[in-house]
Design a protein around this ligand. Structure first.
Ligand SMILES: Nc1ncnc2c1ncn2[C@@H]1O[C@H](COP(=O)(O)OP(=O)(O)OP(=O)(O)O)[C@@H](O)[C@H]1O
Length: 329
């Protein structure tokens, strides 16, 4: 488990202060995969540097399984760093070392015996599906295979947390899916806690149990995927289950409403019940239906004619557990 409490990082640029992290707090339970999503400049790299102790936070704490990391002395730094295994955007492998030798590297650094290294590397290569490539050099591997080596190397010293910094940003969509499936598989097998820092919502959708939205150094929304997506006015919900930003033109007078609910196989009944109950022509303008966080969600944009009783329709939908947002009168 990793617990980050009120983490602040202030950089000085001459007489100016840049607040890169402004009181970030979050907790990820053992065996969970948590995504931290943010645009450029949100503070993602600073957070990674503070979590890997490459940079000291100005204040706040980072604890892994109850052990404080942020305040350790320089002498304890190496052993503290081993608590968090790091996967980078580019695998950053040694070109002159084979797959097995790259994975062995962190174990050599801590003086592990040759026999133990051999055993550990074999088991890690089996986990990442690269047993046959043990003797291959990075130049002989695909981008996805290199990232697999990077994941095996990150796991070599049995960290409690796997921190993945944009792990798929340099990969094509198919390889991205394979690497995210591998990260989930690693979590299942080792019950390790995973943090994925990303700017891609697709990564959050495919791999994460929960998510935080980082903006200007602050977490502005967070929660399990099924919870954040259900918040119809939430930014994460809009990003996870998008509807077109532009409203259609040339519609007859009336009201546009967005509806959001789980149990998406009920799209037709929701619309036909609404039409029947209120004797209305309901026009579906856009829709998005997806499996998110273990449940099916539907996000629909509908148009109702100008004689519709919007208050009554809203009350009816809300009573059926459907979130409603009126867009345009
Ligand atoms: N060493 C530094 N000195 C001064 N300001 C910095 C330093 N590092 C980062 N910053 C500032 O802190 C803020 C957060 O930057 P950071 O690089 O963490 O964002 P990011 O989300 O990783 O962005 P990107 O995705 O573009 O890498 C930015 O305003 C940046 O200019």
């Amino acid at each position: 488990m990793i617990t980050i409490t009120d983490l602040r990082k202030v950089y000085r640029q001459g007489s100016r202060e840049v607040v890169a992290l402004d009181g970030v707090s979050l907790s990820v339970a053992k065996g969970h995969i948590h995504g931290i999503i943010g645009h450029s400049g949100a503070g993602k790299s600073t957070l990674v540097r503070c979590l890997t102790l490459l940079d000291r936070p100005t204040s706040g704490s980072v604890a892994v399984d109850g052990r404080e990391l942020a305040g350790v002395s320089d002498r304890e730094l190496l052993s503290a760093r081993r608590k968090i295994g790091m996967v980078f955007q580019h695998a950053n492998l040694f070109d002159s070392r084979t797959t097995a030798e790259n994975v062995a590297y962190p174990l050599e650094l801590v003086g592990t015996s040759k026999a133990r290294i051999q055993e550990k590397v074999a088991s890690l290569l089996e986990i990442v599906g690269l047993t046959q490539f043990a003797g291959a050099y990075p130049s002989q591997l695909s981008g996805g295979q290199k990232q697999r080596v990077g994941i095996a190397r990150a796991l070599a010293t049995d960290p409690d947390v796997l921190l993945c910094d944009e792990p798929t940003s340099a990969l094509d969509p198919k390889t991205t899916d394979e690497i995210l499936a591998l990260i989930k598989d690693v979590r299942d097998r080792l019950q390790i806690t995973v943090l994925i820092i990303t700017h891609e919502m697709g990564v959050v959708k495919r791999a994460c149990d929960s998510v935080s939205l980082l903006e200007a150094g602050k977490i502005v929304e967070h929660g399990p995927i099924s919870q954040v997506v259900a918040d119809i006015d939430g930014r994460l919900s809009h990003a996870l289950l998008p509807l077109p930003g532009e409203m259609p033109k040339d519609l007859p007078p009336g009201t546009i409403m967005d509806l959001l609910y789980s149990g998406a196989d009920a799209v037709e009944p929701v619309i036909s019940t609404l039409a029947r109950t209120f004797d209305l022509d309901v026009n579906v303008l856009a829709g998005s239906v997806e499996d998110l966080g273990g449940a099916q969600f539907a996000h629909l944009r509908i148009h109702l004619p100008s004689d519709a009783d919007i208050a009554a329709v809203t009350a009816h939908l809300t009573a059926s557990g459907i979130a409603v947002s009126v867009k345009e009168a």
